[in-house]
Design a binder for this molecule. Structure first.
Ligand code: CS2
Length: 498
């Protein structure tokens, strides 16, 4: 089989081998600007949008993908080279692969190369929605002050050089300013990140920035910009060299950066689109009046569940989530955490069978074909912990509920931050706060609670006596006996409620 580079020119030949866009890509106009064209966006929104374009009637909802950071050079170059095309490989539960070329990203821009072009694109009349996957840390929210972090050097830069911004806040401000000057009406800014009330969070953070950078825009924004909340879900591991090689071997498609993901997908969106919206519900998304309960459920069960397996699994020497969750001690611990500590905080989830949801998570985590990297899950825990785990602890403390298992995971993270697993193997820690975490982790070897002094992560958790005690006991237990012996004991002492 002849190898074919993935690009427009080869698309009709590639169509003889795998599913490709049925629509004429050259007829599709950009209606959405998306910032952050990593794996998740390409497995999720770009996939849904591709399905929406398939019948050929919708022509004005193509995506312009924006790579915002210098770090994104590689994905930008790859997509440019491939005319925005990429392969999505869904790894089914039975081990088979469903392979499809996605065509919904019809343009790409690299912000560091041409910031003005990005601003103008965001401000162009045909663009109705700006969607974002900028990671949890990208919202520039400080857990200690509960406010926008104006001390961030990149924000200081953007305030000083508004025409050459580096952050999403600088870009959006300039784009909205231009829209206002041009007399354009509404635009929707839609977050697709794992944050409780992600739309509200973006709105609050952006308004804080705008109030300083362009105060006259604030009132205009109130009536011209909407920020729907949404729950997004599809497990998307980092693409491996093996994935790229297998695709080439099995199909002859030469794609420099395909995306691999699980079959499950979910997108629950608040119907709050000031300039109209795609009919994503026709391709499986759900529009609801209030998305908050769904978000809470997903963040505190799926995402937190990932962190639980990741942090415990990393210390025990596992490399992938499925390996770790197939360890019955970890699995039982996770199950107990979900039932005992998270479930009481979720309130009423009308229409959802929570037991089925929790059961399905265990299946998804255990999918042996996905091989989701523990390194990926543990990366940026300092931005994830305040969103995935801290709210559960705070609600449980308020209700006098159990926090023992969450405290155990927190202690495991403190030990993880020392940089070695229990067998002495170096851990590959990626975290914006890596230095600080390491420093506090070292102090914690003498006084365990000092790890909790990182206020930007833990807020005022260090003042919660019940938590600090449980955490300190867990810390000493792990040091003395190792994670597995401890969780075994925790599991046998835990009575699972019905
Ligand atoms: C993961 C998420 O990064 C993480 O910690 O929990 O990337 C997770 O895989 C996605 O949110 C799934 O929807």
């Amino acid at each position: 089989m002849e190898n074919l580079k993935l690009n427009n020119k080869n698309l009709s030949q590639i169509a003889e081998r795998v599913a490709t866009p049925k629509y004429d890509r050259s007829a599709i106009k950009t209606g959405i600007v998306h910032v952050g064209i990593g794996g998740f966006h390409r497995a999720h929104e770009a996939f849904y949008t591709n399905q929406l374009l398939q019948d050929g009637t919708v022509k004005d909802l193509g995506i312009c993908g924006v790579a915002l950071l210098d770090f994104d050079t590689k994905i930008y170059n790859t997509l440019k080279e491939q005319d925005g095309l990429y392969t999505l490989i869904v790894k089914e539960l039975d081990g088979t692969h469903t392979t499809q070329v996605i065509g919904s990203i019809v343009e790409c821009l690299f912000a560091p190369e041409n910031p003005i072009k990005v601003i103008e694109k965001m401000a162009s009349p045909e663009v109705k929605i700006i969607t974002l996957t900028i990671t949890e840390g990208g919202y520039n929210y400080n857990e200690a002050t509960k406010e926008f972090d104006f001390t961030n050097p990149l924000i200081i830069h953007d305030l000083e050089y508004p025409q050459a911004p580096k952050t999403i806040f600088g870009y959006l401000t300039q784009a909205l300013k231009l829209r206002k000057e041009q007399g354009l009406k509404g635009i929707t800014i839609q977050s697709c990140d794992n944050i409780q009330g992600n739309g509200h969070m973006m709105q609050k953070m952006l308004l804080s920035y705008v109030a300083k950078a362009e105060p006259s825009l604030v009132t205009w924004m109130e009536t011209n910009v909407s920020f729907p909340n949404a729950m997004v879900d599809r497990i998307t591991p980092v693409t491996s060299a093996e994935d790229i090689a297998n695709l080439k071997e099995n199909t002859g498609i030469d794609d420099a950066w395909p995306v691999v993901c699980e079959p499950f997908k979910q997108w629950v969106i608040e119907d709050n689109f000031i300039a109209g919206r795609p009919a994503w519900e026709t391709v499986g998304a759900q529009f609801v009046p209030n998305v908050e309960p769904y978000e809470k459920m997903k963040l505190s069960l799926l995402n937190a569940g990932h962190s639980v397996i990741g942090l415990l699994g990393a210390l025990m020497g596992y490399n992938t989530i499925d390996e770790a969750v197939h360890n019955t001690n970890i699995r039982t611990f996770l199950n107990n955490y979900m039932h005992i500590e998270v479930t009481p905080t979720l309130g009423d989830l009308e229409g959802i069978n929570l037991n089925d949801y929790k059961q399905s998570l265990l299946e998804r985590f255990g999918n042996i074909n996905i091989k989701d990297q523990i390194d990926r899950i543990c990366s940026e825990t300092s931005a994830k912990y305040p969103i995935f785990i801290l709210p559960t602890i705070n609600s449980q403390l308020k209700a006098n509920g159990s926090i023992k298992l969450a405290a155990f995971v927190t202690a495991a993270w403190a030990i993880y931050s020392l940089g070695k697993d229990e067998k002495g193997k170096e851990l590959n820690i990626k975290d914006a706060l890596k230095q600080e975490l390491h420093k506090q982790a070292i102090t914690a070897t003498q006084t365990p609670s000092s790890f909790l002094e990182i206020d930007a992560v833990f807020g005022d958790l260090k003042t919660e006596k019940t938590f600090v005690e449980a955490y300190t006991t867990a810390y000493n237990d792990i040091v003395n006996r190792g994670v597995e012996a401890c969780i075994k004991e925790y599991n046998s002492n835990t009575i699972k409620p019905n």
